[in-house]
Design a protein around this ligand. Structure first.
Ligand code: SF4
Length: 375
């Protein structure tokens, strides 16, 4: 069983806060899909014959390209591996690209889960975030998607400049009214070298402080959990059984293979675990689709331990104290004192020899991981 990820690196224009790998050159779409087919053939031995648990088209903006390209690649995969009606096939989309006809086309080619970059249901906030769609577009598209796909997810972003807690609550309530299967909540973060970063440095924009953002995050958890969503990862909420299988597999350290520029892979073969990333350059990717990599490494025992701790905390998967003792670098006594302190802060619970993050600890997952790793 393996998951596949495809990075489709095209956007109309770059949003001011975004630092993902992408290009704004639609003229390269056809050549990209030709290269993707070459890469897929070259890497077929890594997944051929296996059952595909999930396929995730991310980006970039996969909804920007014609569904016929997605269809051709899925046909290539079906000739090599087992895609069934149980395979989760997710496509990330932006509201401005979607019409009833394009939704029908995506559904017809087998996409069964849509992840829509809504970000907000308020026009003022969408403008502040530099998004191309309106609140009305978002509502229309989500309703049309819910009629067609077995699972629909939206991204909501909190912390756009000037947003009040009441406005954020309106966004959350609008999402709840739609009865989506999945909601991702992201705090707007300042990534270096983005337009937003430059504007903040010049004093042209202000973002809410840490405490204001934390209050928004806590409100999201309270309202969404109160409405029956499970908070299964720091930023992700889902109705029962509607979590993202691709994302969950990657956090559970299950194997996944990435295609396209900047795509990451994690492969397991016997005892060996390898991570690699394709080159973050469309030029290099088009020149050598299967060979251009930024890094490739076989994980050491220490890296595996660190990943296991870091990723388990994200999804609140319990970690045994015995396991933590084996990898903690400063000895048992130090670890025990760390556990007591983190419990007193209310960030972890320890029960029957197992440690897991509390709901309050979600906001501090990175700090907790650093303490448990004694990094
Ligand atoms: S649409 Fe998404 S991937 Fe593209 S620039 Fe905006 S945030 Fe980044």
């Amino acid at each position: 069983m393996i998951c596949l990820y495809v990075h489709i690196p095209f956007c109309r224009e770059r949003c001011p806060y975004c630092d993902f790998f992408l290009v704004t050159k639609p003229g390269f779409v056809e050549r990209f899909f030709e290269a993707l087919a070459v890469e897929t053939t070259a890497k077929a031995s890594l997944f051929a014959g296996q059952a595909i648990e999930a396929i995730h088209f991310g980006g970039g903006t996969p909804s920007l390209v014609s569904p016929s390209f997605i269809d051709a690649w899925l046909s290539q995969i079906s000739g090599l591996a087992q895609i069934s009606s149980e395979t989760e096939i997710t496509l990330e989309a932006n509201p401005e690209d979607l019409s009833p006809a394009s939704l029908d086309a995506l559904q017809a080619l087998g996409v069964n889960r849509l992840s829509i970059g809504v970000q907000s249901f308020a026009d003022r906030k969408l403008k502040a975030l530099g998004r191309a769609h309106s609140a009305a577009d978002a509502r229309r598209v989500v309703s049309e998607a819910l009629e067609r796909f077995r699972s629909v997810s939206i991204d909501l972003m909190c912390g756009a400049g000037g947003e009040t807690l009441a406005e954020w609550e309106s966004d959350l309530r609008a999402a709840l009214d739609l009865r989506l299967q999945h909601i991702s909540v992201y705090m707007l973060t300042l990534e270096e070298k983005t337009r937003l970063w430059r504007d903040v440095r010049k004093g042209l924009r202000r973002l809410p402080g840490e405490e204001a953002q934390a209050a928004m995050y806590r409100l999201a958890a309270e309202l969404l959990c109160g409405a029956g969503y499970g908070h299964y990862e720091i930023s992700n909420f889902a109705l029962e059984g509607r979590h993202s299988r691709y994302n969950l597999a990657s956090w559970m350290r299950e194997p996944y293979l990435g295609f396209g520029p900047a795509a990451h892979s994690f492969l397991v073969s016997g005892e060996a675990q390898t991570r690699f990333s394709n080159a973050s350059s469309l030029t290099k990717y088009l020149a050598d689709p299967a060979g251009a990599v930024d890094f490739r490494e076989a994980l050491t025992d220490e890296q595996r331990f660190d990943e296991q701790v870091f990723l388990s905390l994200r999804i609140r998967k319990p970690l045994s104290v015995g396991f933590l003792r084996k990898g903690h670098k400063l000895g048992h006594q130090h670890l025990d004192s760390v556990l007591v302190r983190l419990q007193e802060q209310g960030w972890i619970g320890v029960e029957s020899g197992e440690v897991s993050l509390t709901e309050a600890g979600f906001l501090f997952a990175d700090l907790v991981a650093a303490e448990l790793l004694s990094a």
